[in-house]
Write a new protein. Structure first.
Length: 205
């Protein structure tokens, strides 16, 4: 499926969304025991070779890689919801969607020296939602490539990235890089013509 079939509202480079109050979420994330990261990472649904040694805690995820409209809460969501929702809603305030949906929500922790190899998010469920990062912990040596340029995203600044173009990340510092990463779309926006109708049971969620 070509990029031409993607949501025309998505950025083709980066879109800076402004500062977000991450204090409470950041404090909770930075004291998470290693065994929690290990256990959550072992159970994650997003297992892709390009992610290398990056560990994840996944809170929400799509039911199928072919469709963003059906998604579900994972076991960690109820415990983290009160910390996550203010950051999520703060990051997307400028979109102005009355019926915004977050189909995928996760923490991504890249170790010092880690890489995420060049790739595009090729599954159909990634074609429509905005892909948004909120850095919770980083260092000056962490560089990412989006929209044809190398960039550094500062802590607490939300940014939408082009996940359909080639992108990569390199942590050249000596500390971990932790981002809140999520997707967001407007449920009121008409579905694209190429998308199959949502099954009635899923549509009722």
């Amino acid at each position: 499926m070509s990029v031409a079939l993607a949501n025309p509202r998505k950025t083709r480079a980066v879109r800076m969304l402004g500062p977000v109050d991450i204090a409470a979420l950041q404090a909770a994330v930075l004291v998470l025991p290693e065994q929690v990261w290990d256990a959550e990472n072992a159970a994650k649904p997003n297992r892709f070779e390009v992610l290398d040694a990056t560990r994840h805690i996944v809170f929400r995820f799509v039911d199928s890689p072919r469709d963003w409209r059906a998604s579900h809460d994972r076991a960690a969501w109820p415990y983290w919801r009160d910390l996550l929702e203010p950051v999520l809603t703060g990051a997307v305030r400028d979109y102005g969607y009355a019926c915004g949906v977050f189909p995928r929500v996760m923490l991504a922790r890249m170790p010092a020296g880690g890489v995420i190899h060049p790739h595009v998010d090729a599954n159909p469920a990634a074609k429509w939602p905005h892909k948004i990062h909120v850095p919770l912990s980083t260092n000056a040596g962490t560089i990412c490539f989006f929209g044809g340029a190398e960039r550094h995203f500062p802590v607490g600044e939300a940014v939408e990235v082009d996940n359909l173009g080639p992108h990569w990340v390199r942590n050249g510092g000596d500390t971990d890089r932790i981002h809140l990463i999520f997707e967001y779309y407007d449920a009121d926006q008409p579905d694209p013509d190429w998308l199959e109708p949502l099954p009635r049971a899923s549509a009722a969620r």
